[in-house]
Ligand binder design. Sequence first.
Ligand code: ADP
Length: 489
Amino acid sequence: RFNRLNDRELLHTQAFIDGAWTEASDNAKFSVIDPSTSKEIGTVPDMDAEDTRRAIAAAHQAFGTWRKATTVQRNSVLSKLSKLLAEHKEDLATINTLESGKAIGEVEYAQSFGDWFAEEAKRIYGDVIQASSPEQRYMVIRQPVGVCGVITPWNFPLVLVVCKVSAALAAGCTVVIKPAPETPYTALALAELAIRAGVPKGVINVITTSKHIKEVGQELCTNSLVRKIAFTGSINTGKHIMQQCATGVKRVLLELGGNAPFIVFDDADIEAAVEGLIGNKLHNAGQVCVAPNRIYVQSGIHEKFSQFLVHRLKCLRMGNGFDDEVQIGPMISEHARRKVLGQIEDAVKRGGRVLLDGRQKEVDDPSYADGFFLFPTVISEISADALVNREETFGPLLAINVFSTEEEAIALANNTNAGLAAYLYTNNVNRIFRMSEAIEAGAVNVNGGMALDAATPMNGVKESGIGVEGSKYGVEEYMNKKLIAIGIE
Ligand code: ADP
């Protein structure tokens, strides 16, 4: 499969510490699986806490110099890295598709973060503050926080690394990346491009691990040389990381799970709402933290909406991400697939009406019969306490609930511990403002899809996270504000 690569040097099967490709100290390795065939595509080192300490020491050493690089130097290196992402778009997509199965491209999105933060490196400002006393002068300078641990999931193996690492480097921080065990090759390819872009040794390190995730995580969260953890993943793991970071009062940037409401009012454009739902829900087979999870349709259009949705879904093709005609790729693992199957069973048991049963549909191409595929499933009239209404689905299950009034829609939307994204379809301008302000979420998308744009802030409220990624606020997360108070005569 890797024969598809134009530049074979992008494929590394070793971890990356202090500018060198390296094995685990005990030479252990683990397998990486292609989710569209369930077969091994290769191995990478299975590193432990000792290896992690080596990477942290390298990042600490490199911080001494990188923190002093001028903003022009940081901009130049990050711009080169971003250009290289663009030049190697096809190969990065190939590696990404092989290990995550994804049928959509994320490289352009990742590159847009690279570009954005290369520019932001030039826009780091301080302040001068008027002192209350005539004998003092105050200024505030921004300085990089230090070594950052970057822990990322498998669903966006490139974007979620690039948006953290480029912001951290723009600020003058150095990083130790721990990618998900499912998708290490994408992070290692990024390290290769970082070398080519002139990122100095030790500034970016990549630790691959599967068996020792807990110990590696603990080392990153408790080692006193690490000053911040930037994490994307589940709410439970995020809480655990935050607890560990509390021992050393480390800063955290947490982008955790969502449980996005998708609300459609009677006055909405039904076709646009259905297209918006399909586009946002089935992107990456539903394995996206901002994907619509709880669908609420007003009673007047409920039947029509459901029928049109099923009609549209039936036209979609499921298969391997390398096939251009495919819109639905595999899920990441059998475990992930089973979770969704469990939610379907639970919804049916609680009286849900199955309008489209994706469990019946096989993948068209028999060579992928062993892949982790699941076709979209639509269930209507679900009880409020069904699992799908309470937990994040992370898969192609579309569960439709009916509501009557705006007040009810707000109460339903906010009845969750999560608060990442929300979707709203209505043509009533007053309602747009009322609802957008009332919904508890980091982003409310009205009459359209999630703004996947490096210029916009990505952040969660409630248990969906702490801190901002992307946008003009993104670099700030990796900087301290130091007050310098000067006494004068
Ligand atoms: P997901 O369900 O998306 O895999 P996780 O939160 O389990 O979500 O995983 C996100 C990232 O967190 C992955 O890189 C995973 O290896 C890592 N991870 C899981 N458990 C821990 C832990 N105890 N400490 C640190 N990182 C962890």
